[in-house]
Design a protein around this ligand. Structure first.
Ligand code: NAD
Ligand code: ZN
Length: 370
């Protein structure tokens, strides 16, 4: 595939308290909206979004998201959307609620898709794909759609009110963007947009990383006091828009495949967030790519300061047997995975060795820095 492809949502709006002016933006897209959020998020932002939509004259149907981006949940909510003849679906919440919303829109004849992230924990908001899991939370597949969401509304004040661990997870997810896009380009791999990377895709991915090294820690600290600082706004945009466009049109590689591999393990690691698993995926990929010590140190330092996992112990898999690591690596290397974008496609055995080497080096790093 030689074509270069770049895809994106039509509109991205970021601003303090934009939650309360959602109606002004959403009214351009239709007359009746299904608003989807989980129980916690209804109280944080769902009701405010619904209220603003009603004020703008829209009819509203409200639905509670049950927590997993599974095929069953997507079908269930799509039935509600179709029965009510809505012409807009609005997803409010974290990555799983947003992925579910995108899946719902895809099962409808014609409807606009509006995304309101309430955390900057992933780069799910802007992409034209959803990550589908079994009802038990095991990675199943990527589901690709014809179009990206129509509108993304991001309120940094809501995000500043979320736990800082969620922002840190989003930074890890966004930190993977350039690491993987660079590799996908070197491997002449195809991007999630289904072609080769454009200059734009790469430039956005690179700017994403630069923003995170410049402002990541400043934003994380501001988040601890629940304030919207300049740094927090920069990082919210990096985690959401730059990372979203950068990964989708720049390309994924091994870091995300390792994340997907981790979802097959049982135990406490299951409760680790997307970004936390991606963090270790970054270190595994850098190790396999033979990046040197000073380069790897830069990443470990930032991840450590953000309280993100850099060792097996941090992921609660300190006693993991090699045979279980092989299962992770086999999943990471399965047909169709982004790991095949690596210039020299590794074997599962290579991936296991890299994971162990990354774990051991991070342990030594921690010991040395005390
Ligand atoms: N489609 C894509 O392009 C893409 C990209 C990256 C990740 N993902 C997917 O995203 C998912 C991970 O998303 P996630 O890490 O956001 O987890 P999540 O969706 O499970 O949400 C985490 C939790 O945060 C809570 N929450 C949301 N906003 C909050 C707030 N303001 N304050 C307090 N709590 C809040 C939610 O109720 C939820 O319990 C994974 O399924 C991953 O595969 C998809
Ligand atoms: Zn991700």
């Amino acid at each position: 595939m030689n074509e270069k492809i770049f895809i994106s949502p039509s509109k991205y709006v970021q601003g303090k308290d934009v939650t309360d002016s959602a109606g002004k933006y959403v009214a351009d897209f239709g007359k009746k909206a299904l608003v989807i959020a989980d129980e916690i998020v209804w109280d944080i932002a769902g009701n405010r979004v619904s209220g603003s939509l009603k004020e703008a004259g829209l009819d509203i149907v409200e639905e509670k998201f049950s927590g997993e981006a599974s095929e069953t949940e997507i079908k269930r909510i799509a039935d509600v959307a179709n029965e009510n003849n809505v012409d807009i679906v609005v997803g409010v919440g974290g990555g799983k609620a947003l992925d579910t919303t995108k899946g719902v829109r895809d099962l409808m004849n014609e409807a606009a898709c509006v995304i309101v992230p309430t955390t900057a924990s992933t780069d799910a908001p802007t992409s034209a794909l959803s990550v589908i899991y079994t009802e038990g939370g095991v990675f199943e597949r990527y589901s690709f759609f014809k179009t990206n969401p129509d509108l993304i509304l991001v309120d940094p004040k809501v995000i500043a009110g979320a736990p800082p661990e969620l922002l840190a997870a989003g930074i890890a997810d966004a930190l993977a963007t350039w690491v993987e896009a660079r590799t996908a380009y070197e491997g002449r791999g195809s991007t999630m947009a289904g072609g080769q990377a454009t200059i734009a895709g790469q430039a956005i991915a690179k700017k994403c990383e630069e923003t995170l090294f410049d402002y990541g820690l400043l934003a994380y600290e501001a988040n601890k006091r629940q304030v919207v600082s300049h740094a927090l706004e920069q990082v919210v945009e990096a985690n959401t828009l730059l990372s979203g466009l950068g990964f989708e049109s720049g390309g994924l590689a091994l870091a995300h495949a390792v994340h997907n591999g981790f979802t097959v393990l049982e135990g406490d690691i299951h409760h680790k967030s997307h970004g936390e698993k991606v963090a270790f995926g970054i270190l595994t990929q850098l190790t396999l790519e033979a990046r040197n010590q000073s380069e790897i140190n830069r990443y470990i330092e930032l991840l450590e300061k953000l309280g993100l996992p850099t060792t097996f112990e941090d992921l609660h898999i300190e006693d993991i047997e090699r045979e279980n690591l092989v299962k992770v690596a086999e999943t990471a290397m399965q047909e169709g995975e982004s790991s095949h974008n690596m210039p020299a496609v590794p074997t599962p055995d290579d991936v296991v060795d890299a994971m162990i080497a990354a774990d051991q080096y991070s342990k030594a790093y921690k010991r040395e820095r005390g």
